[in-house]
Ligand binder design. Structure first.
Ligand code: GDP
Length: 366
């Protein structure tokens, strides 16, 4: 799962990215790491793993993780190839969701590319670049489809859809809210276009410390942003990137104290990671044993064999059944054996839809 951090220059993207990756660096035992400085692996905080770790006297805990990509360099004119515009837009095409950082803080020492603080203008600048880029993609596809549309029914249908979406974007709307589909087939086609503005968006409103919501009301910029986000069905998340960076540098104990002083339960980053998970419709199932307790990321609705496939493709191919216990049931019983005696360990087949917090053990043929 990959999230791209976008926004105009000097809005706090790198500050946010650095604090995210620094916070994520604790998970040194995470199985994959990357040498690309613009990509950071961030673990998903999950208290359940520690509880299971104690129950199983586990040596190793491996949380779920998401990747964040710092996509710098998006400026006005990017879709026209300004700067390295097209390359940055191509990077966005590869992510599953977008974290759009919006500057809602005043600081005369830090130049704004457009000379003043105006969150809505900034959001529109970035959105327009994304929209232009999508229209270009649609135009290319329209040109290609139009050729075969005269004697090919499917192509004619696709052409109609492409033109409908293009008109929608030309109204300044984001493709993610387009819903004028005639059937499921059209919806699938739409997915295959992989439009930038079809991706889920979280706005990260970067405010000064004093404007963090626990200190009272949202500032004016955040309020307008919230209204817009509601219309476009995006989430807003208020953060002070500078504070996050300071928090990320602290040791665990210090971090707790620092947050308590600020009247917060968790850091903004933890909230952001959770919000991303929710936004993408992701859940975790767990595997637990002495060698390792681990969370595995799946989308809601995933069935047991495909969930098993996250561990190894052989698990999916040779899937026989799964032994499943819900996290709450296991904790209530106190041990795997006690849960078994109470009949709370279930055997589930290939049609079982895996739930968040299921502890799974797969049986499979090799
Ligand atoms: P980017 O160009 O969007 O990646 O922006 P940076 O993260 O490099 O930040 C630009 C400047 O703004 C840096 O000097 C940061 O220290 C500063 N900055 C970032 N977040 C905040 C914030 O929340 N408040 C203030 N006052 N400055 C910030």
């Amino acid at each position: 799962m990959k999230l791209g951090i976008v926004g105009l220059p000097n809005v706090g993207k790198s500050t946010l990215f650095n604090s995210l990756t620094k916070a994520g660096a604790e998970s040194a035992n995470y199985p994959f790491c990357t040498i690309d400085p613009n990509v950071g692996v961030v673990t998903v905080p999950d208290e359940r793993l520690n509880v299971l770790g104690e129950m199983y006297h586990t040596k190793k805990i491996i949380p779920a993780a998401i990747e964040f990509v710092d996509i710098a360099g998006l400026v006005k004119g990017a879709s026209k190839g300004e700067g390295l515009g097209n390359q940055f837009l191509a990077n966005i095409r590869e992510v599953d969701a977008i974290v759009h950082v919006v500057r809602c803080f005043e600081d005369s020492n830090i130049v704004h590319v457009d000379g003043s603080i105006d969150p809505m203008r900034d959001v529109e600048t970035i959105n327009l670049e994304l929209i232009f880029s999508d229209i270009e993609v649609l135009d290319r596809r329209i040109a290609k489809t139009a050729r075969s549309a005269r004697n090919d029914k499917a192509a004619a249908k696709e052409l109609k859809l492409l033109e409908k979406i293009k008109a929608y974007l030309e109204d300044g709307r984001l493709a993610k809210n387009f819903d004028d589909f005639e059937d499921e087939e059209e919806e699938e086609l739409f997915q295959s276009f992989n439009l930038l503005t079809a991706k889920p968006v979280i706005f990260a409103a970067n405010v000064t410390e004093d404007d963090l919501p626990n200190d009272g009301e949202d500032n004016e910029g955040v309020q307008t942003l919230r209204k817009y986000a509601e219309e476009e069905k995006c989430e807003v998340f208020v953060v002070c990137a500078q504070i996050e960076q300071e928090i990320a540098e602290l040791e665990d104990d210090e971090k707790k104290m620092f947050l308590e002083d600020l009247g917060l339960k968790e850091s903004g980053l933890e909230k952001l990671i959770r919000a991303s998970y929710r936004l993408l419709g992701l859940i975790s199932y767990l595997t637990a044993g002495e060698p390792e307790v681990r969370a595995w990321t799946i989308t809601k609705g995933t069935k047991a064999p495909q969930a098993a496939g996250k561990i190894h493709t052989d698990f999916e191919r040779g899937f026989i059944r799964a032994e499943v216990v819900a996290y709450d049931d296991l904790i209530a019983c106190g041990s795997h054996n006690a849960a078994k005696e109470k009949g709370l360990i279930r055997l589930e087949g290939k049609d079982y839809v895996v739930q968040d917090g299921d502890i799974m053990l797969f049986r499979f043929n090799v």
